[in-house]
Design a protein around this ligand. Sequence first.
Ligand SMILES: [Zn+2]
Ligand SMILES: [Zn+2]
Length: 171
Amino acid sequence: MTDDDALARLYHHYRSVNRTQFESLLPNDYRIAWNPLLRRLTGRITYRDRLIEISTFHYHNYGLADALATLEHELLHLYLHTRRLPSGHNALFKREAAVRGIRVFHANHYPRNQPPRDRYLYECPACGRMVFRQRRLERSRIACGICCRSKASGAWDARFTLRLVEKVRMA
Ligand SMILES: [Zn+2]
Ligand SMILES: [Zn+2]
């Protein structure tokens, strides 16, 4: 099924559940659109723009049933909004959702922003070579391999112990 076909199914579902679940109270001029950026949310509704957006990411990963479940969730927001009731994820929303078998919070996995990673920059005091390490090394544990090989016959030598220059925060 193409994204366009799935969008047509969403529009059809909108009209259908408006009759079966929402007493045909929902306006019929809301647009439905894919949003490729939504991750934390599976969808969202913007009353001012009369727009319901459904996450392309969640549709591609969890299928049409998931997109339909998201649409029903957004339509419940719209239902409460149309009736001039508080339309957030409040106790009323949860009660009305339970009655209709509508999902309140999705449990889909999605990529979160990676926390910044630290790297440690070390320097050999003899040759000046710089190396990055993922973890902070215990003091005096690691020496410059090049200097140890060339100036200490390959033995570990305290003179070439790497020194921490700085902790670097990678983006
Ligand atoms: Zn919601
Ligand atoms: Zn060195």
